[in-house]
Design a binder for this molecule. Sequence first.
Ligand code: B4P
Length: 189
Amino acid sequence: MLNIVLFGPPGSGKGTQSEKIIEHYGLTHFSTGDMLRAELAAETELGLRAKSIMEKGELVPDDIIIGMIRKRITGQKDARGFIFDGFPRTVAQAEALDKLLDELGMQINVMLGLEVDRQELIDRLLKRGNEQGRSDDNLETIENRIRVYEDQTSPVMGYYQGQGKYRGVDGIGSIEDIFSRLSGIIDNL
Ligand code: B4P
């Protein structure tokens, strides 16, 4: 079984590269951002709670996120493997994921980190905001998302480095070139 955490700041291309990895390796996708947006669109209680948090660029509380993953991962024992996209975003989420996978007799094989500089992140997300109208893709929220990433999410890298599982990849270039860098690592695991 191949279990990958795809890591990086907002706008680094996690969602974009996840699609290519899923297609190539047949993994099951867990994107907490997509799950939250689906809850929001369906106007569930959880979605309504998450809406204002996401619009400010803050993190949705760990217990909600961990509960969402737990619910969806159970009963997936026949999957070829999982790709976690945008999760874990705090050290508490990373610890909870390890515990959950341990209960299921699995573990994370690698964390792939997309490394992209701040100005490129802002440019990409502003462009998406113009094209797709996502309400968290405006300058004020983008800057807060990057701040939240630096404060609360970047320590997750150290967590996996401590387990010898972190591999950083240059996240600038064409989508195909970045995918080749990622698959070069995956194929050699
Ligand atoms: P996410 O949905 O995870 O979104 P993201 O980090 O902003 O984007 P991603 O890195 O996936 O970038 P993408 O490929 O789309 O999170 C949204 C919000 O949900 C968070 O702010 C938070 O509030 C909440 N949330 C989610 N998970 C959570 C958790 N675990 N705990 C707590 N809260 C959570 O790419 C961005 C843009 O760049 C796209 O337009 C794309 O086309 C473009 N792009 C991609 N690759 C490119 C390339 N190589 N060159 C040029 N452009 C590129």
